[in-house]
Design a protein around this ligand. Structure first.
Ligand SMILES: *Cc1c(COP(=O)(O)O)cnc(C)c1O
Length: 492
């Protein structure tokens, strides 16, 4: 399997302009600034789908990953997936869920020919769906680094979910250190406790005196110093990482196989979306031949994606137009994985993709509506890929959390509430609608308390997390001091 950049000139993949899975595993962007995608999507046959109905989650993950990671020996890949997708890692299932299913599916509503289902993706160590991919990434990184006898220092900034998922995936891993910046005293007590209570010597929590953007700017400033970056083997694990996207493809197959009994049936998915990483995996599953009817992107008040799927206009927001909402992991001003879909939409033309995303930098967006003066008319092709969208507000979230608690007897988190609100607007007879549950309610308890007047239940082991001893340093937003801290701790 060869990988190409979304900004590469439209020539056939050759060994000089394309790369293998292991080449792009530890990296981020392609050197031309594009994102990696397979030169072509592996196809899945009906016979394979039939055979996959019987597999465990770990075995299914192996079958799908082997189509993309063709340069990793199969026995090694099988061992990595077996070690990642276990009931012990994904142990935070609700009492009535079967944790051995890893991503258990629950029927919320059935009748009138429509079916609404919820797929639990948040039973991993940090109670959010990012564990699904990050846990695999931790094991893949450790494997690849051991082979290359190399080390990696992961450096990033977080406002909550990504940083904790990365730390829980990389803790105790050979050859890896994590330096994670967060805004001092700006995370919820639960989120801070989750990260800071890790005592592993390879995890470095750094609370920056400032807001998230200050922490993010520090990461950019340090990463722009290429000599420092190379010398200290600095890498990232952000949402554009290809291995993260491909790990997420697996649960779309799993959801489909659990919701259907034969391959003649179709299902739709609604995905609470921010950076377009999760739903991009759904698009890839569909391109591989999985019978997905609709892929519905649900946004909160930060509706960049909803606007595009309604109008064909992609208009990124300024920081001043980016709202802090009660579904904070979807508070994005631009969707970093969206380029992967646009590349497809413009017929895999790297030159056009480069020009469109250059225009995002210079003019804040582009317009594919086909109207006079627009940048193209490919919006008319969007339906071919099954995409739909919708938007949800703070009031909608509170209402949905209450409705779901009353009607189905379970408490959902704010991001999942955005998903259910939008999914209900897209229900169709004869096509089951699966909503992806992207976090558990305990992570966003403040809003649950507002909606229901009582605390969200915490999974076992999280009861007193705020009382555990915490390990972190507080630093000013000073780039030189940051570099000195990293240098002192990498010893490189
Ligand atoms: C990251 C995240 C999202 C958004 O996922 P994308 O892949 O960025 O679209 C939604 N919900 C939760 C809880 C998240 O942590």
């Amino acid at each position: 399997m060869q990988y190409v950049s979304t900004r590469a000139a439209p020539s056939p993949a050759t060994s000089s302009n394309s790369q293998q899975f292991s080449d792009i595993l530890l990296g981020g962007l392609a050197t031309d600034g594009g994102l990696f995608l397979p030169a072509e999507y592996p196809q899945v046959t009906g016979a394979e789908l039939d055979a996959w109905r019987k597999l465990s989650y770990a075995e299914l993950a192996f079958e799908i990953l082997r189509k993309f990671a063709t340069d990793i020996p199969e026995a090694d890949l099988r061992a990595i997936t077996a070690k990642t997708y276990t009931p012990e890692v994904y142990r935070n299932a609700r009492p009535d869920e079967d944790s051995s299913r890893i991503t258990p599916l629950r029927v919320l509503e059935e009748g009138n020919g429509t079916r609404l289902l919820l797929q639990a993706l948040s039973n991993g160590p940090t109670l959010a769906f990012k564990d699904m991919a990050m846990q695999l990434l931790g094991n893949l990184f450790e494997y690849a680094l051991a082979k290359q006898k190399a080390e990696l220092n992961i450096f990033g900034a977080t406002s909550g979910d990504t940083g904790s998922a990365a730390e829980y995936a990389m803790r105790g891993k050979q050859g890896i250190r994590v330096f994670m910046l967060s805004p001092h005293e700006k995370m919820s007590a639960f989120q801070a406790a989750q990260m800071f209570s890790l005592q592993d010597p390879n995890i470095y929590n750094i609370a920056i005196e400032g807001v998230f953007d200050d922490a993010q700017d520090m990461v950019k400033a340090v990463s722009n110093d290429l000599a420092f970056k190379t010398r200290h083997k600095i890498g990232t694990v952000n949402s554009i990482n290809w291995a993260r996207v491909v790990a997420q493809v697996v649960y779309y197959f799993r959801g489909y196989l659990e919701a259907t009994t034969s391959n003649d049936q179709k299902v739709s998915f609604t995905v609470p979306s921010g950076n377009f990483g999760n739903i991009c995996a759904g698009h890839i599953a569909r391109m591989m031949g999985l019978p997905i009817d609709k892929l519905v992107a649900a946004t909160n008040e930060n509706d960049v994606l909803d606007e595009f799927f309604r109008t064909g206009v992609y208009r990124v927001r300024k920081s001043s137009e980016t709202y802090h909402t009660s579904s904070p992991s979807m508070d994005i001003s631009k969707a970093s994985n969206f380029e992967r879909f646009v590349y497809e939409l413009v017929g895999r033309d790297g030159d056009r993709t480069r020009a469109l995303f250059h225009k995002v930098e210079t003019h804040g967006g582009f317009d594919l509506s086909g109207k006079p003066g627009s940048d193209g008319d490919e919006f008319k092709l969007v339906a071919r890929y099954g995409f739909k969208s919708g938007k949800s507000t703070h009031e909608d979230r509170l209402d949905t959390i209450r409705d779901v608690a009353d009607d189905y007897g379970i408490v959902i988190d704010t991001h999942t509430a955005d998903g259910i609100k939008v999914a209900r607007e897209h229900l169709e007879r004869g096509v089951p609608m699966i909503v992806l549950e992207t976090a558990l309610a305990a992570k966003f308890n403040e809003t649950i308390l507002d909606a229901l007047g009582e605390d969200a239940e915490r999974p076992d082991g999280f009861e007193n997390i705020e009382d555990l001893p915490q390990k972190f340093v507080v630093m000013k937003a000073d780039v030189e001091a940051m570099k000195a801290y990293i240098a002192a701790n990498t010893g490189l």
